[in-house]
Design a protein around this ligand. Structure first.
Ligand SMILES: [Zn+2]
Length: 140
């Protein structure tokens, strides 16, 4: 038995091929069947009129600080994004030289209205920043 079937959707698989009608069968967190699925599932979602696709990668985000209090990066995840790349334009909290801290904090405050307690935690070095991000994502 499958854990989940997403029925009647239009699958756009990211290969560049046109979308196609199919059910998607999921077991143990993986897609295990694609097409007209006959076997039962514990749960099903009717995706008629909707696109079913893999998650999107957002290669340019400024979630460095936000991930500390919102480990799931909402609303990005709610829009289908499953992977974010922060700091891709050089505006990143880590790694950071001591001499650049105040300037960067000012920029983040202006752009993101960041909560200062989270910014201070992030500025304690890349190792601690990554640990804080890991802790935040497991809490949300
Ligand atoms: Zn940017």
């Amino acid at each position: 038995m499958l854990d989940l079937i997403i029925r009647n959707g239009t699958v756009v698989d990211g290969s560049g091929s046109p979308g196609f009608a199919a059910d998607v069968g999921i077991a143990d967190g993986k897609i295990v069947e694609l097409g007209a699925i006959e076997q039962p599932a514990q749960n099903s979602i009717d995706a008629r009129g909707l696109i079913v696709s893999p998650g999107f990668i957002d290669p340019h985000t400024h979630f460095d600080a936000q991930l500390l209090w919102d480990g799931r990066a909402k609303p990005s995840m709610e829009h289908g994004v499953t992977t974010v790349v922060p700091g891709n334009c050089s505006l990143s909290l880590a790694p950071l030289k001591e001499a650049h801290r105040n300037r960067l904090v000012g920029m983040f405050n202006r752009l993101k209205k960041c909560r200062s307690k989270h910014l201070k935690r992030a500025l304690n070095g890349i190792g601690k920043h990554l640990k804080n991000l890991s802790n935040a994502s497991s809490l949300s």
